[in-house]
Design a protein around this ligand. Structure first.
Ligand SMILES: [Zn+2]
Length: 329
């Protein structure tokens, strides 16, 4: 009997290896808005029909675009003398009016990385800090419609798309960096200091921000409260391993993690789980089917979107830039 159960268990486990993992269920996410984490936070009066602004911490306004499939979040961090806008959204509607409803201080932009869904409003600002990389410079040209059109069909919206926006030609505008920043640099907003952490992996220019005094870690797309995307040609898993490990080392010194998608703020404790799951993923210990296109894989309770090429350690030409939606073909 034991043997039969043993065989059945092996068959069952083997079966699991090819079991399908469903992609992000956007319809379910729409139905459940506002999501559990965001519902815990005060909704700011700066919100409007498109941007939902949550007060994630004192002087931190998380500008969420919950009705679009990316659920992108741009965090406005306000000091005494100036404010820093960490990402500028997907760019379908201007973000600057939202920022101006929150603060009249001068605003500097820094991107958590330069995928299309985080630089959409960059062109609305003149003070923009950037990582000094060929990848970033290539992305400053903006993304044309063909490159990002898959994210702008009707199915990519929870509500009617904003009126007056032509989805059939939507593209992101070019922008310029006013200054380059380096790893370890301190951005002093007056009474509030943010440390720039250059954490390549998701992209060559992936950046996190540490507000050590307030116990906040802004993780960009290295970590957010949804499936982690690691499939595009510019992603590098050796780098990502170093990035997530570095953030795990900081995790027990902060209170909250503020990612760039879906949930404005979550409690710490999640990064160590992602790191452990990521290491298992690389060793081939996952559920789901690995293919050369986007593959949805699960390790314990962590979900990843990756591709065979990335998991094999390949990286594409990073001097060409990348939108975040590119594939390997
Ligand atoms: Zn993103």
């Amino acid at each position: 009997m034991k043997t039969i159960i043993g065989i059945l268990t092996i068959l069952f486990l083997t079966g699991c290896q090819t079991q399908q993992v469903s992609p992000y269920d956007f319809a379910a996410v729409c139905k459940a808005l506002p999501n559990q984490e965001n519902a815990k936070l005060p909704l700011s009066e700066a919100s409007d029909d498109w941007f939902q602004v949550y007060e994630a911490s004192e002087g931190v306004f998380s500008i969420v675009e919950p009705f679009h499939i990316q659920g992108t979040i741009s965090h406005l961090i306000v000091g005494r003398d100036r404010a820093l806008l960490f990402d500028t959204g997907i760019g379908l509607l201007p973000i600057r009016p939202v920022v101006e409803r929150i603060t009249d201080l001068p605003v500097t932009v820094l991107n958590s990385h330069t995928h299309y869904d985080h630089v959409g409003g960059n062109a609305e600002f003149s003070s923009i800090l950037a990582i000094d990389s060929d990848y970033t410079r290539a992305n400053m040209a903006g993304f044309d419609h063909a490159t990002i059109s898959e994210d702008f069909g009707e199915e990519a919206f929870c509500i009617d798309p904003p009126t007056g926006v032509d989805l059939s030609s939507f593209h992101t505008k070019p922008w310029k960096a006013s200054r380059y920043v380096k790893d370890g640099e301190i951005l002093d907003l007056g009474g509030r200091r943010l440390e720039v952490l250059h954490v390549p992996g998701h992209t060559p220019d992936a950046t996190a921000l540490l507000d050590a005094d307030k116990g906040l870690l802004f993780t960009g797309d290295t970590f957010y409260d949804a499936e982690i995307w690691l499939f595009v040609p510019e992603t590098n898993l050796d780098d990502y391993d170093r990035a997530i490990s570095r953030l795990v080392d900081i995790e027990n010194k902060v209170k909250y993690l503020l990612g760039a998608h879906v949930s404005a703020r979550v409690d710490t404790g999640r990064l160590a789980k992602v790191k452990a799951a990521f290491r298992k993923l690389r060793s081939g210990d996952f559920i789901g089917e690995l293919t050369t296109t986007r593959s949805f894989l699960r390790v314990d309770e962590i979900e990843f979107t990756t591709s065979k090429q990335v998991l094999e350690g390949k990286q594409g030409d990073i001097t060409k830039g990348g939108s975040g939606l590119d594939t390997w073909d």
